[in-house]
Design a protein around this ligand. Structure first.
Ligand code: NAD
Length: 476
């Protein structure tokens, strides 16, 4: 059920002398041993990526798209197998893991199409002169993907890089390696030339510290916490290397007085618990108009309490454990701090007894602004619901954190929506839905949530350079 774990370098699967355990977070049992890349493995991956780039950048966009689409089709065919390994290593319910596999394939399919639309342009010039703008692949990409979406996160980075004609060295998350390895297998079976895609694991700090400064690396693409993103950005800057950063979020949800309160609350509670709250766009700070606060909070708490928590492999489970043993103490501290400062615990707040890194679906009400959870991203199944007196108050509170990834609002008032579009400091705003993005829409943050966009027609910009060509027909 769970694949053999290897590195993937120069089109070959590789084991190494040193390895580390991969743990099932629902049972705390070992699933397998993951090889750690040595410096010589990383050197091999770098050389392979250089050779891969030299070859792949000359492959026509249509042929690149064909290979990517073939890999996406294989991933769809293997959905059950891939989803099962994701649930085993990450803990999320199998139903959510299946959706993740589909989403990963969709990322590849969208970027495959975009590969054929990386148009340049002709700029009008004086007679005898031509100005032409060309988009060209940036080169070798060092990519780092996190553990919250073991398959769709690596798929997104691989899609952008390969569609643009770049080669990649991806360090996927050590806790959840199978998703990325399934992608590599699909690309190998789809006929991707060796070296275009390389996957390594090991000590994250050592790998990024070794690979990013190397000359062939032209772009660092990272998804993860703001603090690590900042560190990698500084490292890249020392070598004049570009970065694409998708970092943390602390999404506000503004619930206005005109909304259908019960439906908004139920959808909030369901969405908050999705992926056990381990989503950078997870709705977390619910600012609810004071006139509907009591009804909203009651319906939200009732639905959160009803969440079916358990092993993601079991039918009917809505929320699995957190993905690793680091989250539970962090979440416990944040809840205790909020309650000590005066918040009301609506439900949850603890790790249940027994095996697994579980944390109860948790709702905090009337949380004081000085509680740490109001500024620190919980990245877990914890919601904060606070009353606000007006839209001004809600927008001021929503914008009060350094993050600006996703923001949500529930209202049908055109004047409110107009103000939210203008004033909410986020990269993605959703009205009357808690979905944040699709493959065809650009995704990314403002402020400390990062820079650059993945998806949409903007997605390949990060992976390409712009070359302006001035051609004088005769020697001037
Ligand atoms: P973390 O910041 O240590 O790790 C996050 C990811 O970054 C992991 O996959 C890790 O392998 C990688 N990483 C860490 N240090 C690195 C380095 N020096 N070089 C390259 N990669 C490195 O924290 P964590 O405990 O794993 O997760 C906690 C926080 O990370 C969460 O609170 C959340 O804010 C953030 N996070 C965000 C996302 C996202 O989708 N934006 C995903 C996962 C984690």
């Amino acid at each position: 059920m769970y694949p053999d774990l290897n590195l993937f370098i120069a089109g070959e699967w590789r084991k190494t002398g040193s390895d580390m355990p991969v743990i099932n977070p629902a049972t705390e049992e070992e699933l397998g041993r993951l090889p750690r890349a040595s410096q010589s493995d990383l050197d091999d991956a770098l050389s392979a990526a250089v050779q891969g780039f030299e070859l792949w950048k000359h492959v026509s966009p249509r042929d690149r798209a064909t290979t990517i689409l073939r890999a996406a089709a294989l991933m769809r065919e293997r959905r059950e197998e891939i989803a099962t390994s994701i649930t085993l290593e990450h803990g999320k319910p199998l139903k959510q893991a299946r959706l993740e596999v589909t989403r990963g394939a969709e990322f590849l399919e969208w970027d495959a199409g975009e590969a054929m639309r990386t148009y340049g342009r002709i700029i009008p010039a004086a007679r005898g002169h031509k100005f032409a703008v060309h988009h060209q692949p940036v080169g070798v990409v060092a990519a780092f993907s996190p553990w919250n979406f073991p398959m769709s996160q690596p798929a997104r980075k691989i899609a952008g890089a390969l569609a643009s004609g770049c080669s990649v060295i991806l360090k996927a998350a050590e806790e959840t390696p199978a998703g990325a390895l399934h992608i590599a297998r699909a690309f190998q079976d789809a006929g991707l030339p060796p070296g275009v895609l390389n996957i390594v694991f090991g000590n994250p700090t050592e790998i990024s510290g070794y690979v990013i400064p190397k000359d062939p690396v032209r772009l660092v693409a990272f998804t993860g916490s703001t603090s690590v993103g900042r560190h990698l950005t500084m490292l890249a800057a020392q070598h004049d290397t570009r970065v694409l950063m998708e970092l943390g979020g602390h999404a506000p949800v503004i619930v206005c007085e005109d909304t259908d309160v019960r439906s908004a609350a139920v959808s909030g509670a369901i969405r908050k618990m999705r992926n056990t709250g381990q989503v950078c766009t997870s709705p977390t700070r619910f600012f609810t108009h004071e006139s509907v606060f009591d009804a909203y909070a009651a319906a939200f708490v009732e639905r959160a309490k009803g969440t079916v928590v358990g092993n993601g492999m079991d039918a009917g489970v809505e929320m699995g454990p957190t993905a690793n043993d680091r989250r539970v103490p962090v979440l416990t501290d944040l809840v205790e701090d909020a309650v000590a400062k005066g918040a009301t615990l609506g439900t949850g707040g603890r790790r249940p007894a027994g095996k697994g890194y579980f944390f109860q679906p948790t709702v905090l009400l009337n949380v004081p602004e000085n509680a740490r959870i109001m500024t620190a991203e919980p990245f877990g199944p914890v919601a904060v619901i606070n009353p606000v007196t007006s839209l001004d108050h809600a927008i001021e509170r929503a914008n009060s954190v350094p993050y600006g990834l996703a923001g949500y609002a529930f209202t049908n008032r055109a004047d409110y929506i107009d103000r939210l579009v203008d004033e909410l400091e986020v990269g993605n705003l959703s009205i009357n839905t808690l979905e944040a993005s699709m493959p065809e829409t650009p995704f990314g943050g403002v402020k400390s949530s990062g820079y650059g966009r993945e998806g949409g027609t903007e997605g390949l910009d990060n992976y390409m350079t712009v070359k302006n060509v001035w051609h004088a027909v005769a020697i001037a």
